[in-house]
Write a protein that binds this ligand. Structure first.
Ligand code: PFF
Length: 438
């Protein structure tokens, strides 16, 4: 997406935009963050809340973002400025930039772990008992050098892609590679489901225990929904500005959200049966996926090859997300401050490198960045986005934008009702309740 925001060439195909938006959405959020947050927050009940939030808030917020971007034909700041001049709605974009800085910082750290696992997979080091696998992760985390270096390498890779303006390249590769990642996850699922004791994992994932639900679990589920769909910060609005008028935005939002959710659930179906089969703890935090998956590969014929492919594809999925994060910041700096894109890219990379090093160094910083971006900034951004569509834009303009592909949409009234009344109130409620203010 290197030239998003600086020129107005669209995507080459309908599938191209969906692939790019899905590329931003699908990433470590689905495969690393979803399972660990679910494991920490009680399992099935969390999954249920998560699914409700995807449908009730995720799809409407994503549709709203897409329509703001497409209507204005601009990146998110320009969009708010041109749709509502003289009012400070562009601050939503500023909040998005802040969120992008924070997310990119801890995201690169986890992407760095993934790079280490590519290396370990290639060198055949991911073998041994579940205890050995556990120790591999723990000793890597205790290392004083590699976690930093991989993080910086990942940030460099992100910067180089955004710098290179390889939009078409990315579009071409995501179309092939993301389906391949999907196939690999399904293969992992099949293997995980046939492990002895797998049933307990399925029960943990799909059988909700409502006593586990409290304000912070609900807020975590909402934060995960926003994080995973990349909504609430303007990334999706920018993609929207590239979508041709002939495309149905509602359908686009539904396809991207469904694909994203499916991948997350399938990742859960691979991980939790294995967690229980190997006698591990589901609530062990950020290392979960890295400690569990190698055990499945070790039990598979061809596991060596599969593990390399998996971690390489996961790195690519992380890259298609991180470039969208970097692009938000770069578009902002280059368009609002007239900075050269090249300078914007390298100065952002430098600042994020410092922030990322702080995340490697301190779990507390890591967790605070993560919480503040996903559970605070993104939901608040989401509220402002739906309020903008519901109250600032004209109803007729919103309807016309959603129907610009030439067909009238039966769900408009429901959408409009959710956007005006349900989503803003409900998101605020979950947020305030989750942080203990209600
Ligand atoms: N949605 C990405 C993931 O699930 O990995 C993370 C992300 C990318 C969040 C871009 C927010 C964003 F703007």
């Amino acid at each position: 997406m290197a030239n998003i925001g600086s020129s107005r060439d669209g995507f080459t195909s309908k599938f191209g935009v969906i692939a790019a938006a899905a590329g931003s959405a699908i990433g470590l959020g689905n495969i690393w963050r979803f399972p660990y947050i679910l494991g920490n927050n009680g399992g099935g009940a969390f999954l249920l809340m998560y699914l409700i939030f995807i449908i009730a808030f995720g799809v409407p917020v994503m549709t709203s973002e897409l329509l703001i971007g497409r209507k204005a034909q601009k990146n998110v700041f320009g969009a708010f400025k041109s749709l509502s001049p003289n009012r400070p709605w562009y601050l939503v974009g500023t909040m998005g930039v802040l969120a992008a800085f924070l997310i990119l910082s801890f995201y690169s750290v986890v992407a760095g772990w993934t790079l280490e696992y590519v290396y370990l997979a290639i060198t055949g080091s991911l073998s041994g008992t579940p205890d050995d696998i556990n120790n591999i992760f723990t000793s890597f985390m205790g290392d004083n050098f590699w976690p930093y270096l991989w993080t910086i390498i990942f940030l460099f890779m992100t910067a180089l892609i955004v710098l290179g303006g390889v939009k078409n390249g990315i579009e071409k590769y995501t179309k092939i590679l993301m389906p391949l990642l999907f196939v690999l996850i399904v293969i992992l699922d099949i293997k995980a489901l046939t492990l002895p004791g797998a049933g307990k994992g399925i029960e943990f994932l799909f059988n909700p225990d409502f006593s586990k639900i409290n304000g912070s679990v609900v807020l975590a589920a909402m934060g995960q929904a926003f994080f995973s769909l990349s909504i609430g910060m303007g990334v999706i609005a920018t993609y929207g500005s590239y979508i041709p008028k002939s495309q149905d935005l509602g359908k686009t939002a539904v396809s991207v959200s469904m694909t994203d959710t499916l991948i997350a659930v399938l990742a859960g179906v691979a991980i939790f049966p294995a967690v229980f089969a190997f006698g591990m703890e589901p609530g062990q935090g950020t290392g979960l996926v890295f400690k569990v998956l190698p055990n499945i590969f070790n039990q598979m014929t061809g596991g060596f090859i599969f593990s390399i492919m998996f971690f390489v594809l996961l790195t690519i999925a992380a890259l298609t997300s991180s470039i969208s994060l970097l692009e938000v910041i770069v578009a902002y700096l280059s368009e609002e401050f007239n900075m050269k894109r090249k300078h914007a890219i390298w100065s952002t990379t430098l600042v994020v490198s410092f922030l990322a090093v702080m995340c490697v160094y301190s779990d507390k910083v890591f967790n605070n960045f993560d919480f503040f971006s996903s559970s605070v900034l993104l939901p608040l951004g989401g509220v402002l986005i739906v309020l903008f569509v519901g109250y600032v834009m004209k109803r007729s303009g919103v309807k016309a934008e959603l129907e610009s592909h030439g067909k009238s949409i039966a769900w408009f009234n429901i959408f409009y009702f959710i956007v005006r009344y349900i989503a803003p109130v409900a998101i605020m409620f979950v947020f305030l309740h989750g942080i203990g203010l209600l």
